[in-house]
Design a protein around this ligand. Structure first.
Ligand code: NIG
Ligand code: FE
Length: 386
């Protein structure tokens, strides 16, 4: 097997607290990493690097674990720039625009949709993301949801069935919940690892607690892992339901009660924060400090989608989390890497240690601090080893 030594790493963030400075980031200076067969076979001080077949010298640049974007909606056609502009002028987001994207997506043929998806994944990789979760949810018929998941499964193993995004025009709520939990789930399950529901208080475009429970339990019976879009539009039942059902993650968490925070702290569900959504919907940012102080595990993700955040940039999410949610740059980086891995229940990514995936992101900078310090500057890229 070919051994590739990556040397000259000025600052290496491992996320392995057993090494380096003993912090959760496990920082090493003047470091090297050896990769064999796509896995890390050695990590340590540059001075001790073993011989390798090939050497890549990074000349003092910083390296961090590849970003784990654990929440994205990349299978869609069209955009909603006009809706965004209206929002910036004061129109609130309510999920009603999802129907516009459903219509555009249904109208796109497979070749077009595959190309749009490939471009978005490439855009993410170019900015340092090495793992992305991709949801369906802009099809909302059996055939269209299966098509979206089948396309998504061509580019990631982290596929999520989100038939329960909104109730499509022409269906009653009862009919549609029955379809999603029945025939649609049966058809979608072979292409999905996860099931997700957009859960908000009754009277929104989303699904209420009872509807969400029905759909999530049906998904669990089919062997899918659970994820929830919760508490985005208002305080609501999503977080409590996610924790009660042992979901891997509850995402958004914009409006949290003390009871929600206590539930998260006592449960096994990661709170995934999506600051790009607050940015692009002019909403209040979640109280991330309160979550961390309560001992809740958090992740950061983009939610890349045409409605609430059309950004694929994990560095932007890190910068927003630092500036607007009062995370330290280290806490934000950890949430965007190891946190995302926890939200996807993946033990093989998010940490740079022997045996883990060789998902390395290089920064045109001496330190990870620059991710938040230089917002909008494209300093992160994945290290392509093939
Ligand atoms: O995560 N909230 C639900 N779904 C997406 C937005 C979908 C859209 O508006 O197109 C989200 O924010
Ligand atoms: Fe989302």
């Amino acid at each position: 097997m070919t051994a590739i030594a990556i040397t000259g790493i000025g600052e290496l963030t491992t996320n392995d607290s057993e090494v380096g400075d003993g912090s959760p980031l496990g920082l090493l200076r003047e470091a090297a990493v050896v990769v064999e067969g796509g896995r890390i076979s050695w990590v340590g001080a540059q001075a001790g690097v073993p011989p390798a077949d090939r050497v890549i010298d990074l000349a003092g640049r910083a390296v961090v674990p590849g970003f784990v974007d654990s929440h994205a909606h990349l299978v869609f056609a069209g955009d909603r720039a006009a809706e965004f502009a209206a929002r910036m002028a004061g129109t609130p987001y309510d999920g009603g625009g999802i129907g516009t994207t459903v219509a555009a997506t249904r109208a796109a043929d497979d070749v077009t949709l595959r190309a749009l998806l490939a471009d978005r994944v490439a855009e993410m990789r170019a900015q340092g993301t090495t793992t992305v979760e991709i949801k369906s949810g802009y099809g909302l018929t059996v055939a269209e949801e299966v098509r979206a998941l089948s396309l998504a499964s061509e580019v990631t193993s982290e596929t999520t069935f989100l038939g329960a995004h909104v109730v499509p025009a022409g269906s009653t709520r009862e009919e549609y919940v029955r379809l999603v939990a029945g025939e649609m789930l049966t058809a979608a399950a072979p292409f999905a690892r996860w099931i997700d529901v957009f859960c908000e208080p009754a009277s929104t475009h989303a699904f209420d607690g009872d509807e969400a429970r029905t759909i999530l339990l049906a998904g669990r019976d089919r062997g899918l892992g659970l994820r929830v879009h919760g508490n985005q539009l208002a305080p609501g039942p999503g977080v409590a339901l996610a924790v009660e059902l042992g979901a891997a993650s509850v995402d958004h968490c914009t409006y949290l009660s003390t009871a929600d925070i206590d539930a998260l702290a006592g449960g096994n569900t990661v709170a995934t924060l999506l600051p790009g959504v607050e940015f692009a919907t002019r909403s209040p940012y979640p109280d991330a400090r309160k979550l961390l102080d309560a001992g809740v595990r958090i992740a950061l993700a983009t939610d890349c989608n045409p409605g609430t955040c059309y950004s694929s940039s994990m560095p932007l999410m890190i910068a927003l989390a630092v500036r607007e949610m009062y995370l330290s740059p280290g806490e934000a980086l950890y949430a965007a890497t190891a946190g995302g891995a926890e939200a996807l229940r993946r033990g093989d990514i998010g940490v740079l240690a022997v045996g883990k995936a060789a998902d390395l992101t290089v920064l045109e900078a001496p330190s990870y601090l620059h991710l938040a310090y230089r917002p909008g500057v494209p300093i992160a890229r994945t290290l392509e080893l093939a």
